[in-house]
Write a protein that binds this ligand. Sequence first.
Ligand SMILES: NC(=O)c1ccc[n+]([C@@H]2O[C@H](COP(=O)([O-])OP(=O)(O)OC[C@H]3O[C@@H](n4cnc5c(N)ncnc54)[C@H](OP(=O)(O)O)[C@@H]3O)[C@@H](O)[C@H]2O)c1
Length: 268
Amino acid sequence: MSIDLKDRVLVITGGGTGIGASTAMAAAHAGMHVFLCGRRSEPLQRIVDGIRSLGSQAFFMELDVTERDSEIRLLDEAEARLGTPWAIFANAGRGLSRPAHETTPDEMASIFEVNFFATHRLFSEATRRMIEHGRGGHLLACASCLSRFAIPDHAAYAATKASQDMLCQAVRMEVEPHGIHVSSVHPITTTTEFFDTAARHSGVDDLSVMKDTPRAFIQSPDRVADAIVRCLRKPRPEVWTSRIVRYATVIRNLYPKFFDRRTRNMKT
Ligand SMILES: NC(=O)c1ccc[n+]([C@@H]2O[C@H](COP(=O)([O-])OP(=O)(O)OC[C@H]3O[C@@H](n4cnc5c(N)ncnc54)[C@H](OP(=O)(O)O)[C@@H]3O)[C@@H](O)[C@H]2O)c1
């Protein structure tokens, strides 16, 4: 069974750029109305204009998802502008490249704030509202392939993504009786601002990931967005955009020592 997305409302955090922006456009192509948030209004306004030119409704609000009660303000404003959201995509996030022993407790807390705690708060508030409305819904979180295996210098980032992944797994079973779907999204290296932002937070000029990653393992945000919209139509627990990497996670579980040998030189 395929869900008709026309006129349903999707809320996306971090919707002004990258995967969030591409998902907003792909969802609008499918007839959805979209409410976006992020800290910078300029990119958000561009995406809102693009969505409106497709005939869908769209609004944004400037919002830092790490602020307390930001999830309440976001869902209140989305509901006031567009009506009850059907789907929520917790996508806002960032990276950090630093060996674990050089990562300070403040840096660790800060990346968990945006990547994990904000997702937990948004999922919890959205779940309460969806249960109250009794019409089901769909919660999605942008985790990563690094939610299933780590690479050197990315302990903090991988830990936040593994946490999002586990949150999705547990919440999926908790809310299933209410007709609410939960999906974790696991992109591989995607051509977005992500690496520039991560470099800034890591205090380096740039991360070499785009140069060093084989082309076969680099994808566009549009590809991730198309997979997300397919999942909105036909809900499933996980969205993977690389079959090879998905299979690699199985190898990692079975042969961790072998996997470490293959990945220990993968630094970004
Ligand atoms: N690119 C990759 O290779 C890759 C791979 C796997 C997973 N992911 C995940 O994909 C998600 C989206 O990243 P992306 O690749 O699309 O990079 P991106 O273009 O940098 O998108 C991140 C978005 O999050 C927003 N954001 C960051 N901190 C925020 C905060 N405190 N409050 C509100 N919004 C915030 C940013 O907007 P503002 O700066 O305007 O707030 C930006 O629009 C992230 O969760 C990332 O971990 C990315």
